[in-house]
Design a protein around this ligand. Sequence first.
Ligand SMILES: Cc1cc2nc3c(=O)[nH]c(=O)nc-3n(C[C@H](O)[C@H](O)[C@H](O)COP(=O)(O)OP(=O)(O)OC[C@H]3O[C@@H](n4cnc5c(N)ncnc54)[C@H](O)[C@@H]3O)c2cc1C
Length: 232
Amino acid sequence: MVGADQDMQSAVAVEGDGGATVVVDTLAKRQGANQLAGFDIAYAQSDPGCASPGCAFSGCASPHCAVPGGALLGGEREGFAETMEILNSSRIGIAAQSVGLAQAAYEAAVQYATQREAFGKHLSDFQGIQWTIADIATNIEAARLLVLQAATLRDLGRPFVTAASMAKLFASRVAVESADRAMQIHGGTGYFAPTTVERLYRDAKITEIYEGTSEVQRMIISRNVLNEQGQV
Ligand SMILES: Cc1cc2nc3c(=O)[nH]c(=O)nc-3n(C[C@H](O)[C@H](O)[C@H](O)COP(=O)(O)OP(=O)(O)OC[C@H]3O[C@@H](n4cnc5c(N)ncnc54)[C@H](O)[C@@H]3O)c2cc1C
């Protein structure tokens, strides 16, 4: 799959069987063209989340696209390995994005729970709601610490791949659960668009999918921790 926005600003492609990584927009601009010959936006993709402005996705096809050697970011046929290297670091970014989504959901939930009255009380006066808020707050704090740990290890030049996968695995789940619980606290009000919580609910899910799914993170973590124990 190739990610690109419709204006060709940030298309990154792994060509064929991991042959090369190219940044298409850079190449197109170098050639003074708006579009790269042989590289087509095949169809506009709509998705339920990633609602931020400027975040659009398209299917791309490049069956007849000749890429000059100078446009390669790395060595020929090393694209897959290089992309995996990039993903190790960018997972920390997605984990941080997840914490931000979860925090926004938490703040929306607290604000609504302290304002909305039902059965003569604010929602936040009910113990069931208080426990939900406590769980969200605790999970966000744990996710944030995992992100900081992974980022710190990377900054120090120490092994960070397992920590990055743990941070992404955990934080993305926290984002999904926090958005889910925030919508629950909003009741029917939160289900309708456009509201903050319905957007967060849609946005959160992708964090469990891109930059390596949660299943892939579990594979990485288990392989590394078993390796450390000399079990594989
Ligand atoms: C909005 C969006 C933006 C994206 N942006 C980019 C981008 O910028 N660049 C880019 O390169 N890609 C991008 N992607 C692609 C994304 O990284 C992939 O969708 C993701 O890695 C999953 O791959 P797949 O869709 O082929 O699923 P599949 O590989 O078909 O997997 C389907 C399901 O099976 C599970 N699964 C697969 N293999 C195993 C296994 N061995 N054991 C257990 N479970 C398994 C997966 O975890 C997943 O749940 C984007 C995707 C989306 C939706």
